[in-house]
Design a protein around this ligand. Sequence first.
Ligand code: C2G
Length: 138
Amino acid sequence: MKKEIHIITYGTFDMFHIGHLRLLQRLKSLGDKLIVAVSTDEFNSIKGKKTLIPYDQRAVIVENIKCVDMVIPENNWEQKISDVQKFRVDIFAMGDDWTGKFDFLKEYCDVIYLDRTKNISTTQLKQELNSFLDIYEK
Ligand code: C2G
């Protein structure tokens, strides 16, 4: 019986957009089970990241994406090794803005970094929304 291929990725997934979706879809195509660790609000403040959408809503959106099989909370930087072992992960993957940052996991599983989707980010969406409001909501 062939072992199921398990993939894991980590992220905030604030204001879920096509860049997030394309990453998750590509990750799912690499195996059988996609686990997504969504950063909690507390961890985001450790990351220095301000989010618009609270964790419980970000988590329920991600777990309802068709290609996602499981969502777990990302509470800290240190949980990745135990996550990889606990969920028998074969592939750890992130967008390439993180290239090299998690190579220490190569001892436990494959580590890959995929191209980010161009021309979209939560920061850009916030900026576009602000300029829209400046023009139309004056
Ligand atoms: N992403 C992408 N294309 C974009 C925007 C984001 O492929 N246009 C990817 C990022 O590279 C990342 C994932 O989507 O792999 C989630 O992005 P963020 O929510 O910004 O995640 P981040 O805050 O970088 O958290 O421990 C790791 C951190 O929790 C990663």
